[in-house]
Design a protein around this ligand. Structure first.
Ligand code: 3PG
Length: 471
């Protein structure tokens, strides 16, 4: 029987799980891994270092020091419940189970209740950074019981990405907050990725630039205010050739967007909480429209539009496009943070937005230089109504909005769809408009449904007899 000598155990030995264990071992922790798939256990057993690769879940559980610290890194959904069903009969009171996958936050609440009934702790820990992040330092978003978190804190802090000396992990609060924050992280990720795809479309089809030129533009953007992981990898993508054909890999990739669900969940929950995040909504929709490839190909023969060209001086226009991208990035983060602010009230998360900005500065997919500006904004005012009204951010969006309008107007004229960049501008224009035309909508509701309205000039609830009712 295996001696209980290991500090931390991980179930789910995909690339991410393997890499996270290697990262922990590098930091001097004694770790054990298990997977139902014995081929994966073999891969772990062949890794350098003193990692225990368990062949049965019983050996795995028995190898861990108490209170056991067990992380699941398995695909979100039913598999988490299957693993828990195998695991729960084997663990003891006080043991800590962590779910490091992209679980739906309401599933986490259900699992927490179930685990607590048996005296176990269940932490929902959003982890971002992909396989590379897991190996070199991810950003982690933990939520759940604070005492349980404190027991795993030294390990998580040691392996997390660092900005300066600060680890990109912090306790976010009780319940499902860790998974919620990771869900919104992914929603923002969807928005930023679609914005970059739209900028690519403007450069490729609008300005007629080559892949090399586009790669150079993104490289240049990554030097300054837009410096971020996503802009960096985007620039690199334009430089990769297919070994077989010698063509750029990008040009060979089918233009059908796939998704695993976190962006959609973000939009669905934002609608439930009543917070506008149109850029994220449109990013999910952009993937959905792209998936109808056959229909689009057929429609392209039937439906007409203008010549897909933007006849402008390339160099000057790329500067404008860069400003439109910066503007859109800022507005997308603002929407995501606004959702977190309101969801925190709705779900009683008591979330510290400065803390969120702080742990997103490194390790995660949406890490970017501008996250430090966001952190500062929330440090100055923890109750900031919206990131856009922070003086520093307001200055940037006010400065870049003009170029954003130009890019959108030219793209509309050229028939190039910019759903997310367009949604950012519409959100900005709506948010900065003191009087919106919603008075008419209210009048219509009152007209056909006697739904009443409030007035500008006096307090109370009012109804008007508008004339003959049609509905
Ligand atoms: C992930 O969490 O796996 C990534 O963020 C990608 O999500 P997606 O497959 O929904 O784009």
């Amino acid at each position: 029987m295996q001696e209980p000598i290991y500090d931390f155990g991980l179930i789910g030995l995909g690339t991410m799980g393997n890499n996270l264990l290697l990262n922990m071992a590098d930091h001097g922790f004694e770790v054990a891994g298990y997977d139902k798939d014995l081929e994966k256990v073999k891969v772990l057993a062949n890794e350098k270092g003193d990692i225990y690769a368990a062949e049965t879940i019983e050996d795995f559980v028995n190898s861990l020091e108490k209170p056991r610290k067990i992380m699941l890194l398995v695909p979100a959904g039913k598999i988490v419940d299957y693993v828990l069903a195998d695991l729960l009969p084997l663990v003891d009171e006080g043991d800590i189970i962590m779910d490091g996958g992209n679980s739906y936050f309401k599933d986490t609440e259900r699992r927490q209740t179930e685990c607590e009934k048996h005296g176990h702790y269940f932490l929902g820990i959003g982890i971002s950074g992909g396989a590379e992040g897991a190996r070199r330092g991810p950003s982690m978003m933990p939520g759940g019981n604070k005492k349980a978190y404190d027991k795993v804190k030294p390990i998580l802090e040691a392996v997390a990405a660092k900005v300066g000396k600060q680890p990109c992990v912090t306790y976010l609060g009780e319940g499902s907050v860790g998974n919620y924050v990771k869900m919104v992280h992914n929603g923002i990720e969807y928005g930023l990725m679609q914005i970059l795809a739209e900028a690519y479309d403007v450069m490729k089809r609008g300005l007629g630039m080559t892949n090399d030129e586009i790669g150079d533009a993104f490289t240049d953007w990554n030097e300054k205010e837009l410096q971020s992981f996503l802009v960096e990898i985007t620039a690199r993508i334009f430089r990769v050739e297919d070994q077989e054909t010698g063509k750029d890999v990008l040009d060979l990739i089918l233009d059908k967007g796939k998704q695993k669900g976190t962006g959609k969940w973000t939009s669905q929950d934002a609608l439930d909480v009543g917070v506008p995040i149109p850029t994220i909504d449109l990013a999910v929709i952009a993937r959905a429209i792209s998936a109808f490839k056959q229909d689009r190909v057929a429609a392209s023969e039937i439906l007409t539009g203008p010549e897909t060209v933007i006849k402008k001086d390339k160099k000057a226009y790329i500067r404008r496009l860069k400003n439109a991208t910066l503007f859109s990035f800022l507005v997308t983060y603002a929407q995501g943070m606004d959702l977190l602010k309101h969801a925190s009230v709705e779900y009683k998360y008591n979330l510290d937005l400065e803390g969120v900005a702080k742990i997103w500065r490194g390790g995660c997919i949406i890490r970017a230089k501008m996250l430090e500006d966001f952190r500062r904004a929330y440090k100055k005012d923890a109750d900031l109504a919206n990131l856009l009204v922070d003086a520093g951010i307001a200055k940037k969006v006010n400065k870049t909005q003009k170029d954003t309008r130009t890019v959108i107007a030219d793209s509309v004229k050229a028939g190039i769809p910019l759903p997310c960049i367009g949604a950012c501008l519409a959100y900005f224009d709506s948010y900065r408009t003191a009087r919106l035309p919603m008075n008419l909508t209210q009048a219509q509701r009152d007209f056909f449904g006697s739904h009443t309205y409030e007035r500008l000039d006096k307090e109370g609830i009012f109804h008007t007899e508008w004339g003959e009712k049609n509905v």
